[in-house]
Design a protein around this ligand. Structure first.
Ligand code: F0G
Length: 477
């Protein structure tokens, strides 16, 4: 017997549904749904440290998974329905080099590197739970709309498990090649909709409502259950201590919502005694949350949101044909479906929202990579946002901060190469139209003749005859 159910987020409705039902919004009032648990009937370990012991049991796939080894905290699926591909083997690493660059004290900056997931992004944390629920309810076909990573993740789970056919809807021309190549390679039926992500999501929701296709976007509440574990691994990486800040990019706002839910539940269960603050970072070209929270003053208000304010905002956006536009294509989203849950997370975590321009995103991405952590542009927004928050004094130098690097560097190699390259055509195609004119962290390739002397000159081991005094000094060293 399951001790889990689905519950409507709207306090006026508060309808509940069985976990066996396939729903992506409340059938009564259309609000978002949560997965909730009867905690007093579930044997949750009394200390978080007890979960660590499972690390030693690598032979059991449920203990090997960085998601399911926390299964008592997301107990909706019977063990024999769990679909796992070894997701969540990710690390939290302290990085003092980067800390110094954002003016944090040594020992204060940590990077949660979700690029290490099987499909190279944090999405696998949520796709294992969505796929498990799909398996529980006997789904044969899964679907999503995506800016790229969700589709890669959906496709890998369908491919490895062999349980589902899958279809992905992507916006035309807005998806990074690394991600598109994954969906194609893993065998997903890939529909490039003439439109952007917001169009693709609206369409796939409509189709999944009408036909027996299981929707795996983050509007699916089971997705977010898995993404809670990213925070558990952050705490684990800190020896179960609580950081002061979690910084995360905001796109469709599923991840930040999952983090808020995780902390609220852990606090309710008495497993943590304080909740870290949350900073959600939008790209300036896709800044709906920033606008609604900071300019319009939208608040969670116990679930009684000012829906007129939201309606007016989207109405104006429609009248101006406002389209999201950022080089951080993963978060190029103007209508975040998890808006309400994100507001709840901001409330629970005393959160803040900022948006950062593409120039700062691509520079921050390159800074992170130069410290050995390859991530995609959206993830770069965390360090760009942190820099802002340090300048504003919202984050102080002694605060302990964990930034979630959501996707791997190889997801978007074109942009990376354009950033580092001194090839004018590449820069004109990729960077200039987005307003990127400077690349201060570029590490440009050096073209050199296939000749020892030329190579030694390039390595500054021989003086360069064209430079008076040359590089003779470095050659001596
Ligand atoms: N970072 C990366 C690398 C992403 O792929 C996404 C979302 C986000 C951050 C934002 O997370 O939506 O939970 O706020 N990518 C989605 C996709 C939308 O389709 O792959 P969010």
């Amino acid at each position: 017997m399951s001790h889990a159910h689905q519950a409507c987020l709207n306090p006026e409705c508060a309808a509940t549904f069985d976990v066996g039902q396939v729903l992506t919004s409340c059938p009564k009032c259309d609000a978002l749904l949560d997965v909730r648990y009867d905690w007093d009937r579930i044997a949750v370990p009394s200390r978080l440290a007890e979960f660590t012991q499972r690390w030693s049991d690598r032979g059991n796939p449920l203990n090997f998974s960085g998601v399911w080894r926390f299964r008592e905290l997301l107990p909706f699926a019977p063990d024999d329905r769990i679909v796992t591909i070894g997701e969540g083997q990710t690390i939290l690493q302290r990085n003092d080099q980067l800390a110094a660059q954002v003016k944090l004290n040594s020992g204060c900056l940590y990077l949660q590197y979700e690029g290490l997931n099987p499909s190279g992004s944090f999405k696998d944390n949520g796709m294992t739970t969505a796929s498990s629920h799909a398996h529980m309810v006997g789904a044969r076909m899964t679907a999503c709309a995506s800016t790229g990573n969700t589709s890669a993740s959906l496709a890998i789970f369908a491919g490895v498990s062999g349980l589902f056919r899958c279809v992905v809807f992507v916006g035309s021309g807005r998806i990074a090649y690394g991600k598109l190549s994954q969906a194609l390679d893993y065998g997903a039926r890939t529909l490039q909709i003439r439109g952007d992500f917001d169009d693709a999501l609206a369409r796939v929701r409509e189709i999944c409502r009408k036909y027996p296709i299981y929707l795996c976007n983050s509007i699916n509440p089971f997705r977010l259950e898995g993404q809670k574990t990213i925070m558990l691994r952050v705490l684990e990486g800190l020896g179960w201590e609580i950081p002061d800040w979690i910084i995360v990019p905001g796109g469709n706002l599923g991840n930040c919502s999952a983090f808020g839910k995780a902390f609220e539940e852990l606090h309710t269960l008495g497993l943590i005694d304080r909740i870290p603050r949350l900073a959600i970072i939008n790209a300036e070209g896709a800044n709906t949350l920033d606008e609604l929270v900071n300019r319009i003053g939208l608040k969670w208000n116990s679930g009684r949101l000012d829906s007129d304010a939201v309606g007016n905002y989207y109405g104006a956006m429609d009248r101006n044909d406002g389209r999201a536009c950022t080089l951080a294509s993963a978060i190029e989203i103007n209508r975040p479906v998890n808006l309400d849950k994100a507001l709840r997370a901001i409330h629970v975590c005393d959160g803040v929202v900022r948006s950062v321009p593409d120039q700062e995103i691509v520079d921050a991405r390159a800074m992170i990579a130069a410290c050995g952590f390859g991530c995609e542009p959206a993830s770069g927004s965390t360090i760009a946002g942190l820099r802002r928050l340090r300048e504003e004094g919202v984050v102080s130098a002694s605060d302990r901060v964990a930034c979630v690097l959501t996707g791997h560097q190889l997801k978007d190699p074109d942009l990376t190469v354009a950033y580092h390259s001194n090839d004018r055509t590449l820069r004109e195609e990729k960077l200039i139209p987005a307003g990127i004119h400077e690349t201060p962290y570029a590490n440009s390739p050096i073209v050199v003749d296939n000749d020892e002397a030329a190579i030694l000159r390039a390595l500054e081991l021989l003086p360069d005859p064209s430079v008076p005094g040359g590089a003779a000094e470095s050659a001596k060293n």
